[in-house]
Design a protein around this ligand. Structure first.
Ligand code: ADP
Ligand code: MG
Length: 253
């Protein structure tokens, strides 16, 4: 595909819940090899936008195009299969289980109806393939030495990276992360930034929602700012930092 074509194009995306306009005709793009942040105060519509992109919520109006293909109205599993992976918020790591098994199981369950269906359908060849892929992704994120430890024994920052390894098992072109830096220590945030830059260098694009402005400003190529469902600004970090509308939204002015 042509480099000029955006990897993800969200065009006039709209989502209403009854009378509430949660996402109000929002447009933005993620180019190949870019790290883009979606920021804004609580209730701005960031998570809803993620849910529109991943097909978790049906879009009220507008388009989402991924790699040139319209994906509005596709099911989450189909969208994941096309190359958009999301870090799990609901499927948490099982603390007693090894890092390797957590990544393999999470990869297997991706987009599926539930744990039981997943486990009963797992045949031997598929299990071998999943374990191999999980090991490859764990090594890719730099946690090979921790593969056989219980996930719960790792520091929070490492657990967050295990969740990213799980998302990487589908070999996505676009990684969606909802507040990846939340609760992390300074050095853990730095390690996470370094990993995301490393993935970017390998051609993985990233769209993240994040409250930590220091993290966002140091890492991202482009920032999209939402407030009350509406895009109020977008641009490179240096411009967003000084944008009066953004400052007003954050200060509640
Ligand atoms: P953010 O992630 O930026 O904090 P959300 O996307 O979660 O914001 O929410 C945007 C708005 O939509 C909020 O007013 C929220 O209360 C509302 N909202 C989100 N999900 C639902 C839902 N499933 N049903 C009704 N209202 C919702
Ligand atoms: Mg949210």
């Amino acid at each position: 595909k042509a480099k000029a074509e955006p990897l993800l194009a969200v065009t006039a995306a709209r989502k209403t819940f009854g009378g509430l306009v949660a996402v109000n005709d929002v447009s933005f793009q993620v180019k190949r090899g870019e790290i883009v942040a979606l920021i804004g105060p609580n209730g701005a519509g960031k998570s809803t936008t993620f849910n529109l992109i991943t097909g978790v919520l049906p879009i009220t109006a507008g388009d989402v195009v991924f790699a040139g293909r319209p994906i509005g109205g596709e099911r989450p599993q189909a969208i994941a299969g096309l190359g958009i992976a999301r870090s799990f918020q609901h499927v948490k790591l099982l603390p007693e289980m090894s890092v390797l098994d957590n990544v393999a199981l999470g990869a297997h369950l991706r987009g599926q109806a539930g744990v039981m269906r997943g486990l009963f359908r797992l045949d031997r060849a598929e299990e071998t393939r999943l374990i191999g892929e999980a090991a490859r992704q764990i090594a890719r994120v730099g946690l090979a030495d921790h593969m056989h430890k219980p996930a719960g024994s790792l520091a929070l920052g490492q657990q967050r990276i295990v969740e990213i390894a799980r998302a990487l098992c589908l070999d996505p072109d676009l990684l969606l992360l909802d507040e990846p830096a939340a609760g992390l220590r300074h050095l853990e945030k730095a390690a996470l930034s370094e990993l995301l830059r490393h993935l970017r260098s390998q051609g993985v694009s990233v769209l993240l929602v994040e409250h930590d402005m220091g993290f966002v400003m140091n890492l991202t190529d482009h920032i999209v700012v939402l407030d009350f469902g509406t895009k109020i600004a977008e641009g490179p970090p240096a411009a967003i930092k000084q944008n009066p509308a953004v400052l007003a939204a954050y200060l509640g002015a």
